[in-house]
Write a protein that binds this ligand. Structure first.
Ligand SMILES: CC(C)(COP(=O)(O)OP(=O)(O)OC[C@H]1O[C@@H](n2cnc3c(N)ncnc32)[C@H](O)[C@@H]1OP(=O)(O)O)[C@@H](O)C(=O)NCCC(=O)NCCS
Length: 398
């Protein structure tokens, strides 16, 4: 069998939990202000998963929406890649759970770990599988449930991150288009600039690690900021040049949504106006591996991308990692909204363990915030969606 020449995005979709956490809500948790967060990051609000949701459930909804947009059936997918740093469990893979939840019987499924660059790394993997002939349709998902891994006493980190999932279907094609230039980098000297100390072989979780707050994300913000501003532009430029193009040839950049000032620095570094940068971090915060595919889906569905456009997806993250894909868009953008509407999150179910139940997954500080008058409007602990609320719940709602 001769290898297909190109790998195109044929489907895209995203999912964000209903619950919203605003900067004003965060003012009640840590010593911060809405004004500080907006001016230093550009963020205004982020989505927070409810107790019945997991990374796999959000990934499955986004994945099914991408499959619907592509006009495919779940069993047309022969490889499922889930990029995440917040898997449901260390094992099995989140991708294995997603495979069953979307109703696929034949795909190989695996997770990709490259932190916030994970979706771009997974996309590059999908491109390699498709162009080599090893797969015809690959479902690439970035999904994160970061709000369960944050220290709500640490104002340096807890204001930055949110939950959500985005996905694309990458399909074989003999027509030109798809990825034209790919650049991936890893710089281990930054390995402990963003990290999560416990839960791995170096320091398995225990009462002691929990007492030391080692189950939460830690970050050196300024060092990470320096790496991001230096690397995002250089990685994007390398991928654009591999495509035989110049930055001015690119119609839209889809950058990792970590900080508006980082995105502004990328635009400046590439000598481009900010209207070439897609931005939605004001409504999502940083959703790590989900950030680029959520932004891509919103960009296409809002008419910012049309067939023939050249776009660059570019990300950086823990590791330190970075990655960029320069690609030519070929799909009909109008398909996206119907694909999003085709999947109801309440119809998607992830297999649960037998004879085991988790502890309440919502961090105590978030749960406490939710119970306060003026707190977020939808109960986070709605374990069974659509079940009638207890009579007292209304008192805490806005
Ligand atoms: C985290 C980040 C927003 C901080 O912004 P900054 O302008 O660099 O701020 P600094 O870290 O220099 O801190 C400045 C001051 O604000 C304080 N500060 C930090 N977070 C604060 C908050 N949420 N509210 C109010 N003040 C805060 C700091 O304590 C510091 O006070 P000090 O001068 O008294 O020590 C920024 O460094 C950043 O975006 N880094 C990259 C993070 C990232 O992208 N992570 C994910 C990678 S995928």
């Amino acid at each position: 069998m001769s290898a297909p020449r190109a790998a195109h995005i044929t489907g895209w979709g995203h999912y964000a939990p209903e619950q919203i956490l605003t900067n004003k809500d965060l003012e009640k948790l840590v010593d911060t202000t809405d004004e500080w967060i907006v001016s230093r990051t550009g963020m205004r609000e982020r989505h927070v998963a409810a107790a019945h949701e997991t990374t796999a459930s959000m990934a499955a909804v986004a994945g099914l929406r991408a499959i619907a947009t592509a006009g495919l059936a779940p069993d047309d997918i022969d490889l499922i890649l889930v990029a995440t740093l917040t898997p449901d469990y260390p094992m099995p893979s989140t991708a294995a759970l997603v495979k069953e939840a979307i109703g696929n019987t034949r795909a190989a499924a695996m997770d990709v770990a490259a932190a916030c660059s994970g979706f771009v790394y997974a996309y590059a993997t999908a491109h390699a599988y498709v162009t080599s002939g090893l797969a015809s349709n690959v479902l690439v998902i970035g999904a994160e449930l970061l709000t369960r891994f944050l220290d709500y006493t640490d104002r340096n980190t807890c204001i930055l991150f949110g939950d959500g999932a985005g996905a694309v279907v990458v399909s074989a094609s003999d027509a030109p288009g798809g990825a034209l230039g790919i650049e991936l980098t890893t710089e281990p000297q930054g390995a402990y600039m963003i990290w999560l100390p416990s839960g791995g072989s170096r320091s398995p979780s225990s009462g002691e690690t929990v007492a030391r707050n080692e189950h939460f994300i830690r970050m050196e913000g300024r060092e990470t900021y320096r790496f991001a501003t230096r690397t995002l532009a250089s990685t994007a430029l390398a991928s654009v040049r591999k495509a035989g193009l110049q930055p001015s040839d690119i119609d839209l950049f889809i950058p990792h949504q970590a900080n508006i000032r980082i995105i502004e620095a990328v635009a400046k570094g590439l000598d481009l106006p900010m209207d070439k940068m897609f931005v939605n971090l004001d409504r999502y915060g940083n959703t790590s591996a989900a950030s680029v595919p959520i932004a891509l889906a919103e960009a296409v569905n809002s008419g910012r991308i049309k067939p023939g456009d050249r776009i660059v997806m570019v990300a950086f993250g823990a590791g330190f990692t970075s990655g960029a894909i320069t690609l030519e868009w070929t799909a009909d953008p109008a398909r996206g909204l119907a694909g999003e509407a085709a999947v109801n999150p309440n119809d998607v179910h992830v297999r649960a363990p037998v004879d085991w139940d988790s502890v309440d997954p919502i961090p105590a500080a978030l749960a406490e915030l939710m119970r306060r008058p003026g707190g977020p409007s939808v109960p986070l602990d709605d374990v069974i969606p659509d079940e009638p609320r207890p009579a007292t719940a209304g008192a805490t709602q806005t």
